[in-house]
Design a protein around this ligand. Sequence first.
Ligand code: SF4
Ligand code: MG
Length: 334
Amino acid sequence: MEKILQVKDLQVAFSTYGGEVQAVRGVSFDLHKGETLAIVGESGCGKSVTSQSIMRLIPEPPGRIVGGEILFNNMDLIKLKEPELRKIRGANISMIFQDPMTALNPTLTIGEQIMEGIMEHEKISRAEAKMAAVEMLQLVGIPSPEARLKQYPHQFSGGMRQRIVIAMALVCSPDVLIADEPTTALDVTIQAQILELFRDVQKKTGVSIILITHDLGVVAQVADRVAVMYAGKIVEIGSRREIFYRPQHPYTIGLLQSVPRLDIEKAELVPIPGTPPDLFSPPVGCAFAARCKYSMEVCERVYPVQSSLSNIHHVDCWLQDERAKKLVSTFVKI
Ligand code: SF4
Ligand code: MG
């Protein structure tokens, strides 16, 4: 499958009064043309920092991209200067956030805002920009778009505002759309409609989507592939099917067990005991070791080598590695 974006060994740190936080610790993944890749994990796992790094939206300082490459159209986005990045943002890669209000200017009409987005990147007349705006509002399912172009953000419901934000993000036909918790602020019915809209828009435009979420229900509805992040690393990546039906990393298994299930009567949430490690001084071995009931001595000493269960399903866990037994005398915690 054609790769539209490649992230290689990305490392991001933040300076704080308490020291340097290693928020992203060597993340690698490919994004294929026309797919939706979900990045999941608890808050603080580095998923938002990863996506903001792609758009180079990390505030530097206190943030800093310490290493790695982000390859897009034969360019390394990490090496680009601000004016070059500005051309790419919106036109080639665009991003939408959790709260639609932060993306919209309350003092401008919806029409002005969408048209501004197009005219910034493309040499077209106002009339043409207006036509494109109407088309976009139609694409995202806003009824009577011509009339609604003249309205202000507060005249729309939360779900409608998120549709408008999606329209703004898509107006320059980007290759990649990054959506960070796009439905978290919305109620369940509207959330389902917005997810449906993502699928619909992807079918019509072929845009590749990176979806950042902590909600596995959302992942189950729209993702083609899933990357599970823990303590600044991707610990497992695979097709949606493999991650949901054949999860291998104890953390992925824990996440799936902590989701309430509708198909089982009185299903109970099983929280994962413990808390993620301190990323001021991350563990040298597997960061999940302190919470993992299968943890062996080797887990704490050496970071697991990635094992491949198929050509698209990879996991960082010593349980999958035959050599674990030989490396250090092992024991299973009781
Ligand atoms: Fe558990 Fe060890 Fe696998 Fe980490 S590497 S998830 S501690 S078994
Ligand atoms: Mg976040």
